[in-house]
Design a protein around this ligand. Structure first.
Ligand SMILES: [Zn+2]
Length: 584
């Protein structure tokens, strides 16, 4: 089956032009009228492309449609859950309701003293993960008013169970051969396919994400390119998808306006990684089909970095689901990892605040000591200085607490120069999200929403729960002059925290896609990108791609090739166990 000439041809078409620059050819507009195809909800146009991503997942899991599912081993999740149970089975997450700055300060100091993992904090509450044994010690350090102002978010057994539940379900459950599932493997033109897309049915490990990204770049050569931001501490690539179409005419600007979308800075925030992939996928597959998306890909290059902290991400999959930092060695042998969102070089304040490597917010001994933060900053600077790139937007996805945060993070005393625009756009993003899925996201300056405690009756911001210096948000805004920079904390508001069930992957992706489209349109208007623009009809990119993808078997040959390549690469570094296990 895999030696047919057609397959070789298909493969050669797909691999003949790898890694070309984002093409500077004429705008390839579809032949049909785009205006008729503009989607109100901007759901990804996955009908055709379902047939691309499902096979890759299916191949990685080594599932075939006629294979006896009951004979395959249950793999992911089950094995890991026992290790995770041993690690986290005795832990709980407590939410403290905060009303005064005295309480905030006491809780902050106690958490520091006991090296507790502060999960999240707003101006109303603070969530802390700790061993059940430590609870009396913690309460002993707190004022009387906090002795009863706490409730468990997840009981100890629930925490371990919630951890297990975020791994892909056992194959036999996940890919049970229902008629619906069989149907979903094939191309389905014109129907709503987002929910059934296998890639977004589960959180995916790096060993699946990387070949998937390569596949996207191989299939959509007209507007997608796989790039590498740099090398992580442990030697992994920090992969990114660059998506965009350059119009060429005399009025074309010399610099390319670019929007950077990042996720996975904190390893355990898996929903941020899946959301970046979801948005990338929607823009990639929407090009040429959705008028708004097509326009946004002509107006901007979009760079998607789903795993900004690949070492931490892999560690969160293989060893500790709740790992936050990178995996860098520190001066304390038993406490690894730097907080990459405290590592950037603007208003870095590690010396005064986060000096202990055992802290979840350890900022390193110097600015930009965090390798992956340095790589991202160096890459962005290099793009700006040497590649005619102008970064005009930065969206850094995190979780959880449902907040849209804008500069500055390091201090509430300094107002950003474009405060009004930042506030206006933040409100627009929140509205888009609300209209999309009904979820409420609060918008606030990062100094406040992220780290401060406001005493509401006095309208004052009180001592920080934690320092917000050295953030990516501030660095991109202030140092790189990115006018529209946000950190967005995704779902939920504490029911599951970082352990958001997989059922939220698609709904979260959708509401963020709507927000991102609003973001793109707003920024485009601000830069007046669409004035005097000529519309140049061209051949349909969709038709071309459909020709390329004529053979389902052809897909699978391509996918096999990509996976084999991936295995060869990962075998060298000894990190391919997960993929190998899945291929068994
Ligand atoms: Zn985070």
């Amino acid at each position: 089956m895999r030696t047919q000439p057609l397959l070789l041809l298909t493969a050669s078409v797909l691999f003949a032009t790898p890694a070309i620059a984002v093409p500077s050819h004429e705008i390839t507009r579809p032949q049909h009228q785009l205006s008729h195809l503009v989607s109100q909800t901007h759901a990804p146009h996955t009908s055709l492309w379902r047939s691309i991503t499902d096979p890759i997942i299916r191949n990685i899991w080594r599932v075939s449609q006629d294979e006896s599912l009951s004979s395959r081993p249950k793999e992911h999740g089950k094995k890991d859950s026992s290790a995770q149970l041993a690690r986290h089975g005795h832990e709980i997450v407590l939410r403290f309701n905060i009303t005064t700055s005295v309480e905030s300060k006491a809780l902050s100091e106690a958490a520091d003293t006991l090296f507790l993992d502060v999960w999240e904090y707003t101006d109303d509450w603070v969530d802390i993960r700790l061993s059940k044994d430590i609870v009396p010690s913690l309460l002993g350090l707190l004022p009387a008013s906090l002795q009863r102002a706490h409730t468990p978010l997840m009981q100890e057994r629930e925490l371990a169970q919630a951890i297990a539940d975020t791994y892909p379900s056992p194959v036999s459950d996940n890919l049970a051969p229902t008629p619906e599932r069989y149907h979903s493997f094939g191309p389905q033109l014109g129907s709503k396919q987002t929910e059934g897309n296998l890639f977004f049915a589960d959180y995916q490990p790096l060993s699946v994400i990387q070949p998937w990204m390569r596949l996207m770049a191989s299939l959509f050569t007209s507007h997608v390119r796989l790039i590498n931001i740099g090398i992580s501490y442990e030697g992994r690539d920090i992969p990114a998808l660059k998506v965009g179409v350059h119009p060429t005419n005399n009025r074309a600007p010399t610099t390319r306006k670019t929007i950077l979308v990042t996720g996975g800075v904190h390893a355990r925030e898996w929903i941020s990684t899946s959301t970046v992939n979801y948005i990338a996928y929607a823009l990639i597959t929407g090009y040429g089909k959705d008028g708004t998306i097509t326009q946004l890909l002509e107006d901007f290059d979009w760079v998607f970095v789903p795993t900004s902290n690949p070492d931490g991400y892999v560690y969160s999959w293989e060893t500790d689901r709740l790992w936050r930092k990178n995996r860098q060695q520190t001066h304390l042998r038993f406490c690894r990892g730097l907080d990459l969102d405290r590592s950037f070089g603007f208003e870095w304040d590690g010396v005064s605040t986060h000096t202990n490597p055992c802290s979840e917010s350890f900022a390193g001994d110097d600015a930009f000591e965090g390798i992956e933060a340095k790589r991202l900053a160096d890459w962005a600077l290099n793009e700006t200085e040497n590649s005619n790139v102008e970064f005009v937007g930065f969206l850094d996805f995190h979780s959880y607490s449902q907040q849209i945060l804008y500069p500055y993070s390091y201090s509430c005393d300094a107002d950003p120069p474009s405060l009004e625009n930042l506030q206006e756009l933040a409100a627009g993003l929140a509205k888009s999200i609300r209209q999309s899925g009904g979820h409420y996201y609060r918008s606030a300056p990062a100094c406040e929403g992220n780290v401060g405690v406001a005493e509401k009756d006095k309208g004052k911001v009180f001592p920080r729960f934690e320092s917000g210096g050295g953030s990516a948000l501030d660095w991109f805004y202030h140092e790189l002059k990115v006018r529209f920079a946000y950190q967005i904390k995704l779902r939920d508001r504490g029911s599951y925290g970082f352990l958001l069930p997989r059922e939220h992957i698609v709904p979260t992706g959708k509401e963020m896609l709507d927000a991102v489209i609003h973001f793109g349109k707003y920024v485009s208007t601000q830069y007046e990108l669409n004035e005097h623009k000529e519309v140049e009809p061209a051949a349909s990119s969709k038709a071309v791609l459909e020709d390329e993808m004529d053979s389902r078997a052809g897909f699978e040959a391509v996918i096999d090739e990509i996976i084999d390549e991936e295995l060869d690469q990962t075998d060298e570094t000894g990190t391919g166990w997960e993929l190998r296990r899945r291929r068994r």
